[in-house]
Ligand binder design. Structure first.
Ligand SMILES: [Zn+2]
Ligand SMILES: [Zn+2]
Length: 572
């Protein structure tokens, strides 16, 4: 991997813009949001000049109960693919899934160099290998400046719930655009970390035209507590614990993983790791030097029974209650190596992401039933957010003093709240742009204005297929899971116009008792006879529809369920 520390003049793809005197200035720079506005997840921003196109972050979102059977949700990449010849580079702020998860799906279709920090690219590389994609990864650090024609990109280290993240400043002929990435201002940061206040102040002196800032915690008052609080709390819990200590955490939260290892070491515990994503991200962080552990402290998960419980710590996945995760298996007593015993302590060192509360709560109940002491963030403070709260957000705006402000990375309520904070911090109301996915703004000689709208829905990844899973299929899956399925089979003699087989009604995922079935068949027979005797020529499509309506209506009346009804009608 090549590290870029000085200004790099990238090869320009379009020679037509280069004259003998140098590079022709771009007339317009469009900033098009393909994801991350009005949602927490799948962040993606396209920066488009007259001749080139850049992507800042390309993340994904995990499915919810509303998208059954879907593996992943991606931003709508069709705008990008339409313009793929212009794509010059992808820049990544940090290694979280909601920022890098869609990159493999872009690189499947179009080649472009990817710029990011050592850890971010390390995590991306593991992902690309799974997809068998080779890519040009260019490592940047806080001293790197990357130049493409008349745009220059610089990277400012930020503190967040994953190490090695950046804010990105884009120097353009019409002013500086500063994208904060995900951040918090940790006022007592862990060793080796610091907020680069002076860099933000320096950009402010040069004049920041537009600030794009992380809105995740815009409705949290005050400041976000430092990670150090969690480190202290973990230490206390480890000292008190009598039996095994099992800690579930985010796989990418390297600082917290470090703190867990430190607390274990402090109390003479060996650490076993369970969960593929946890092992994978630890491997990357060990290679990049972001995780520092004594290898002698690590043991294999199948060795834990050879040590007394008070010498064991297990680090595992499943803090969001994910089905089949290590913690879920432990809670349901299905884990091959880990059994809960009276006196064990389970720490869930992450807050549930909205939508996951029920699953996490059910795991907590199961663990308590098995006799474990369960420690979770709400009561015990074993989690702090990686995102800035209101006072920090205002500090960022005060420090940078942008002319324009665009809240990003948040649900609509967060964006609106952040817009209010910006106003309080002195940005002119008319210069605050609250945008949604598919919206854009344009920077030119004349300043900043609202730009065009583009398609920015979602693309689904369903097994190996991308993109062609429509809303109709999702609706079908939802109906199937809620109401089951009913097949109706009937055959009609073409000449005598009589029913010669059926109607037979077969159901799956729905219980219809014998009487109800007989009643339904009787009604349906009458209905079919009526239709085929009334009409000259039997229109099979129409007949199917009538059967569908009749059976659906009848079942709904009797059971209040809406199964999917599939009629098979044959002429013989
Ligand atoms: Zn993040
Ligand atoms: Zn994020």
């Amino acid at each position: 991997m090549k590290v870029i520390t000085k200004t790099e003049k990238a090869r320009t793809r379009s020679k037509s813009t280069q004259s003998k005197r140098g590079i022709k200035k771009t007339e317009n720079i469009e900033f098009i949001f393909l994801g991350g506005l009005g949602e927490i997840g799948k962040n993606m921003l396209v920066v488009e000049t007259d001749t080139q196109l850049f992507v800042i972050d390309a993340g994904l979102m995990f499915p919810t109960d509303e998208t059954p059977g879907i593996d992943l949700i991606l931003p709508d990449l069709s705008y990008l693919f339409k313009k793929k010849d212009k794509l010059a580079a992808i820049f990544l702020t940090h290694g979280h899934e909601d920022h890098i998860g869609a990159v493999p799906y872009i690189l499947r279709e179009v080649k472009a160099p990817v710029y990011g920090s050592k850890l971010t690219l390390g995590l991306l590389k593991a992902k690309l290998e799974e997809h068998r994609i080779k890519a040009e990864l260019r490592e940047v650090n806080s001293r790197s400046k990357v130049k493409f024609q008349d745009l220059k990109f610089e990277f400012i280290p930020q503190i967040h719930s994953i190490p090695d993240g950046f804010a990105i400043a884009i120097h353009t002929p019409y002013g500086i655009i500063l994208h904060t990435g995900d951040f918090k201002f940790d006022t007592s940061p862990l060793p080796g970390l610091r907020v680069h206040y002076e860099r933000f102040a320096d950009l402010s002196k040069k004049g920041v035209k537009v600030l794009l800032s992380d809105s995740t915690n815009a409705d949290e008052s005050g400041i976000t507590p430092p990670e150090r609080v969690v480190a202290e709390r973990l230490k206390e819990i480890f000292v008190r614990a009598k039996g095994k200590v099992i800690v579930a955490s985010f796989a990418s939260h390297i600082h917290r993983i470090q703190n867990i290892f430190d607390a274990a070491k402090n109390t003479g515990r060996l650490v076993a790791v369970s969960g593929r994503s946890m092992r994978q991200s630890m491997q990357v962080a060990l290679e990049t030097g972001h995780l520092k552990i004594d290898e002698r402290q690590l043991i294999d998960i199948n060795q834990i029974s050879s040590f007394p419980s008070h010498q064991i710590c297990i680090l595992c996945t499943g803090s969001q209650g994910e089905p089949l995760s290590a913690l879920a298996l432990i809670a349901s007593r299905e884990h091959r190596h880990i059994q809960i015993e009276e006196g064990d302590t389970v720490i869930i060192a992450a807050s549930p992401i909205p939508g996951n509360e029920r699953r996490v709560s059910s795991i907590i109940n199961s663990l308590l039933k098995l006799g474990a002491e369960v420690i979770y963030p709400k009561e015990y403070g074993v989690h702090v957010s990686g995102h800035a709260s209101q006072e920090e957000l205002k500090l960022m705006i005060n420090m940078v003093k942008p002319e324009y402000f665009v809240p990003v990375h948040g649900e609509f309520r967060h964006l609106i709240r952040h817009a209010k904070l910006a106003e309080e911090a002195g940005v002119k109301k008319e210069n605050i742009l609250t945008l949604e996915n598919g919206n854009s703004f344009v920077l030119s000689r004349d300043g900043v204005s609202i730009g065009k709208k583009v398609e920015a829905g979602v693309m689904y990844v369903d097994g190996l297929r991308i993109g062609d899973i429509g809303q109709a299929i999702l609706r079908d899956r939802e109906n199937l899971s809620k109401g089951g399925i009913v097949f109706v089979v009937v055959a009609i003699d073409e000449f005598t116009r009589r029913i010669v087989y059926g109607p037979d009604i077969i159901s799956r995922g729905l219980v219809l008792n014998e009487d109800l079935l007989e009643d339904a068949k009787e009604r349906l027979t009458k209905k079919i006879n009526q239709i085929i005797s009334e009409e000259e020529i039997v229109d099979l499509a129409l007949l199917r529809k009538r059967i569908n309506d009749s059976v659906s209506g009848f079942i709904f009346d009797k059971t209040r369920k809406r199964p999917m009804v599939i009629p098979f009608v044959f002429e013989v």
